[in-house]
Design a protein around this ligand. Structure first.
Ligand code: IPM
Ligand code: MG
Length: 372
């Protein structure tokens, strides 16, 4: 039996292209690791009415961690239209399978490093090195949503909040509610994770990004819990910045930021912005980490128009693979892989289209292998 079992879920679109690159690199590294491929994504929604089949969850349960490609998600009505005719009247609803895995496997910490590699022509500046810590299981992604809004909910909300009065005249079917649910536990565990990371990696500044001046209860809770956790780490500097201002500061002075701690939706936005500062989503890796399991995926989507063309930059996927090796405790291999990626970028001989070159996805992977 192999030392590590890794579930590989290529998913949709370019998820397959970049997964091939990761597989090539892993196979070149003589690690004692078994890759087990599983089903996920749009194809299984259309055919089976479930983009995350039970057998795939079983696969995750029997592996050490998961390497994940990308997923196509479409809004409710479009998703229904594409369902196999035999499944159409079953009241099935499409739910993003990646969000489902994060929640069902309690992968509460979404870690998204955005680092400018020397020689990358796409860097906004060359001195950026940010890591975004995004709460990954609650907030606006809780999935507690209503449309039309049922009477019982309206009545309870009205009893509980004067602010509801302004909606009195609005009919139930002209109103939608998405709940932004935060818990103390959720806030504390992502905060703790970020501070522990700071300590371990000798990084000494954390910016907590929320909006407590307006979204008082939820953002307020995140800020309070982060302040409380911060007391255990007197050497780490903590700043609080509102999310709108943070968008501006990240464009103005991105080099001033170190670690960013934030909630689910804000983290989704801030991590795309930060990715663009270091070359775009082609360079943005991520780790979804829980107490017992972890999943590693590039931050980018499935880019259907490039699917199967083997054109996209696999750097994000390869850096996610590097994060996986770190998680498995294979630090030496992780460093070797990151160094090889850095070298390929610095030399600039093999560049994918986004970097102004014409190398294909797997050419880039081969060049990384040559530099291992
Ligand atoms: C991400 C993506 C996902 C998210 C989508 C694909 C559901 O944008 O990982 O950032 O919103 O979390
Ligand atoms: Mg996103």
């Amino acid at each position: 039996m192999a030392k590590y079992k890794v579930a590989c879920l290529p998913g949709d679109g370019i998820g397959r292209d970049v997964m091939d690159a990761a597989q090539m690199v892993l196979e070149a590294m003589d690690l004692d690791l078994e890759l087990i491929f599983g089903d996920i994504g749009w194809e299984f929604w259309k055919k089976e009415g479930n983009p995350l089949p039970e057998r795939t969850k079983d696969l995750l349960r029997t592996t050490d961690c998961c390497l994940f490609g990308a997923i196509t998600s479409k809004p409710k009505e479009e998703a229904k239209k594409e369902l196999d005719p035999s499944l159409k009247d079953r009241g099935l609803e499409y739910k993003s399978p990646i969000v489902a895995i994060r929640q069902e496997f309690n992968l509460f910490a979404n870690v998204r490093p955005c680092k400018a590699f020397a020689g990358n022509p796409l860097n906004y500046r060359d001195d950026i090195d940010i890591v975004v810590f995004r709460e990954n299981t609650e907030g606006l992604y809780s999935g507690v949503e209503f449309f039309p809004v049922p009477d019982y909910l309206r009545e309870s909300l009205k009893k509980g909040s004067k602010a509801m009065a302004k909606f009195d005249e609005i009919p139930n079917d002209e109103m939608a509610v998405s709940c932004r649910i935060f818990t103390k536990k959720g806030c504390r565990r992502i905060a703790k994770f970020a501070f522990e990371y700071a300590k371990e990696h000798k990084r000494n500044n954390i910016t907590v990004v929320e909006k407590p001046n307006v979204i008082r209860e939820t953002s307020g809770m995140m800020i309070r819990e982060a302040r409380d956790i911060a007391k255990e780490y007197p050497d780490i500097e903590v700043e609080e910045v509102n999310v709108d201002a943070m968008g501006m500061w990240l464009i103005k002075n991105p080099q001033n930021y170190d670690l960013i701690l934030t909630s689910n939706m804000f983290g989704d936005i801030v991590s795309d912005l930060s990715a663009q500062l270091v070359g775009g989503l082609g360079f943005a890796a991520s780790a979804n980490i829980g107490e017992n399991y972890a999943l590693f995926e590039p931050t980018h989507g499935s880019a259907p128009k490039y699917a199967g063309l083997y054109k996209v930059n696999p750097t994000a996927m390869l850096l996610s693979t590097k994060m996986m090796l770190d998680y498995l405790g294979e630090k030496e291999y992780a460093t070797k892989l990151e160094d090889a990626i850095k070298k390929v970028i610095k030399e600039g001989k093999v560049k994918t289209y986004d970097m102004g070159g014409d190398a294909k996805t797997l050419d880039f992977a081969k060049e990384v292998i040559n530099n291992l």
